[in-house]
Design a protein around this ligand. Structure first.
Ligand code: OSB
Ligand code: MG
Length: 368
């Protein structure tokens, strides 16, 4: 394989409803798309970097810069036999996983298209249908939250995750549990608490949550170990796990009992699979996180979720939950049972709508 050309595009799309987390409120999404032209086919990837460095250190701007000024010079003119080699080729660049993950995923899509295979099969996926959960942003009132949960359950989703932050935690969880005693429920704090808050977090225990996602510092494994010792509820790590080494440390320290894998956060399919395999060997279940992706990133999350140890429902949902009109054809749909049927076409199995993508592009750069 040889990359003829990379096209970077930045698209902007308004969210159907604003999404609030402990680190901010989002009404629009800026997304960097990578199109890689490889021996006559196009592969697509999406960088999940946000507009600001508030979930992780990278931003749309840093990802663009790293892709253009450092990643492309390493890849340009280089012969490789499979996308599985890209992660090692990019090793001289430290960090910048969201930039690396976007191009790596695009090259996996290209390789699968070239071979006429669905990407999930090329990756060794085992599941033709994936279980889906939803992530619900912080709502102004418990009444609104309950109404939202009601409609997501009616749509079929198998588990509910709500975002929490100090002051918006015990009350919404208690309210939901009272109304929905039997649903699979979890919370995500996006690092909004400190270890000293543990007695407060302890108050969540009577609500038998499936897990508490990333309660403490975004890079603080040690405090999560201390907290997990004090809690019965499993801790799931998201932000903290950006390498397989961090995953190993988290598991050995017992800093978590579940890991959320995001392609962008860890740098692509090869590191995702390494973390997946490590977790599987240690009986740590994983699930696929989401970053409010457009259809391109969403399609990649579906492919990733077919790997064997993705046993818990992920934050992988229908296009219409976020977008009035997605950039892929067909859009991602969820069955009444709360699953997504994995597509059988080549590559990611959804077709990028190039006209629409071009129209939405605020910026474009072709690297040759
Ligand atoms: O922590 O999982 C997170 C969105 C943006 C940044 C971080 C997170 C999220 C979500 C959304 O929870 C999940 C989705 O895409 O549906
Ligand atoms: Mg999270």
């Amino acid at each position: 394989m040889n990359i003829e050309r990379i096209t970077l595009r930045e698209i902007r799309m308004p969210l159907v409803t604003p999404f609030e987390t402990s680190f901010g409120r989002l009404t629009d999404r800026r997304m960097l798309l990578v199109e890689a032209a490889v021996n006559g086919v196009s592969g697509w990837g999406e960088s999940v970097a946000g507009e600001g460095p508030f979930y992780a250190p990278e931003t749309v701007e840093t990802a663009w810069h790293i892709l253009r000024d450092f990643i492309w010079p390493l890849l340009k003119g280089r012969e490789f036999s499979s996308a599985s080699e890209i992660w090692d080729i990019l090793a001289p660049i430290r960090g910048h996983n969201m930039a690396k993950g976007a191009i790596e995923a695009a090259l996996w899509d290209a390789e699968a298209r070239q071979k006429g295979l669905p990407l999930w099969k090329l990756l060794g996926g085992v599941r033709e249908e994936i279980p889906c959960g939803v992530s619900i942003g912080i709502k102004p009132t418990v009444t609104e939250l309950i109404a939202t949960v009601e409609s997501e359950l009616a749509a079929g989703y198998q588990r509910i995750k709500i975002k929490i932050k100090p002051g918006k935690d015990i009350e919404p969880v208690a309210g939901l549990r009272e109304r929905f005693p039997r649903i699979r429920l979890m919370v995500d704090a996006n690092s909004a608490y400190r270890l000293e808050d543990w007695p407060h977090l302890k108050q969540l225990e009577p609500f038998y949550l499936m897990m508490i996602e990333q309660p403490l510092g975004w890079d603080d494994l040690f405090s999560h170990q201390e907290l997990q010792r004090k809690l019965e509820t499993p801790i799931c790590l998201d932000e903290c796990i950006h390498t397989v080494e961090h995953a190993r440390a988290a598991i050995e320290l017992c800093a978590c009992r579940i890991i959320n894998i995001k392609l962008g956060r860890v740098g692509g399919y090869v590191p995702s699979k390494q973390i997946h395999d490590l977790c599987q060997s240690r009986q740590i279940p994983v699930w696929c996180g989401g970053m409010l992706e457009s259809g391109i990133g969403r399609a990649h999350n579906i492919a990733l979720s077919t790997l064997e140890n993705f046993t818990l429902p992920g934050d992988v949902t229908a296009s219409r939950r976020y977008w009035t009109e997605d950039i892929i054809d067909p859009e991602v749909e969820v069955t009444p049972e709360g699953t997504i049927r994995v597509p059988s076409g080549p590559g990611i199995g959804y077709n990028p709508r190039i006209d629409r993508i071009e129209k939405l592009s605020a910026r474009k750069e072709i690297l040759t």
